[in-house]
Design a protein around this ligand. Sequence first.
Ligand code: F6P
Length: 342
Amino acid sequence: MNTKNKRIGILTAGGDCPGLNAAIRGVGKTAIVKYNMEVIGFSSGFLGLINKDYFKLEEKMLSGILTLGGTILGTSREKPFKKTGHLSINKPKLIKEHYHQLGLDCLVCIGGNGTQKTAAGLVEEGLNIIGLPKTIDNDVWGTDETFGFDSALWIATDAIDRLHSTANSHKRIMVIEVMGHNAGWLTLYAGMAGGGDVILIPELDYDMERVNKYLLNRAKKKKPYSIVVIAEGINKHKRDSAASYISSQIEKGTGIETRKTILGYIQRGGSPSPYDRLLATSFGSHAVELIAKGEYGKMVIKKGDHISDIPLSEVGSKVRLVPKDHPLIQRALGLDICMGIK
Ligand code: F6P
């Protein structure tokens, strides 16, 4: 197999998350050290390809980045297939042109759902692409896990742990809003791990009266405080944050003093967890094994204990939500944790 002259590009797109640098390192080191490939890093996601903003990634630049948060390449939410006001600029065409001008054999796109959709679009345009799924939301279709999720779970759980003691001191209800876009994975997992009394996720239609009755009942049973963990995505009203809406509804409905905390971008920052370092590294090295074999148009996935891959065309615009019958939901209900449903 002659992979000596392969030249690959790599970019990180969409919201950042812990583990991006571990993935860049996994791709870069395997490509350079094992296969003697040349690696080009594009700045700020697809913008880097559109603007030809890139640099050669030397092996030594990949040392010391495993534990770093963020992405050394930078990222953006640029969606090249989205029609914008500037109709004269055909971004997919520019990307194709620059890909060929740079003599790339493959482009590795590290990102969430939006990025994988763009990646699939570029496959249709005839480019060799490999997708790597990352996001704290864990909602990329086709894979059991995305890197970033485990680190965010640690951060959110630690935050909830800390809110227990202050809630107890003041005998308050604490509402904690967790990220996740339209998916409830992070909220469900952090809510369970952090001992939430109420957990509300977008996949289950909650009933506010039921939530308030449950909280009043806890107060009646002399439980001094309550922890309410909610997903940002339950905010159907969009007027305010989910945390503001739910905390005001609780205070109105129960008369118990309530405070809100929005965890926000803290969940996306800092060093990746050991688990995410391993997952991102494995995803990165699997990507290069595919490239070495000339197998393109794939997204790397984890299914059970195995790292494998699926065609990017299967991923499309699908999103992986928490199934209503997820075992953790059943466990929560069995523990009398309120999910806002019957
Ligand atoms: O996709 C990850 C995520 O963190 C979501 O949970 C959140 O809704 C979104 O990004 C917000 O990101 P930004 O403000 O960077 O677009």
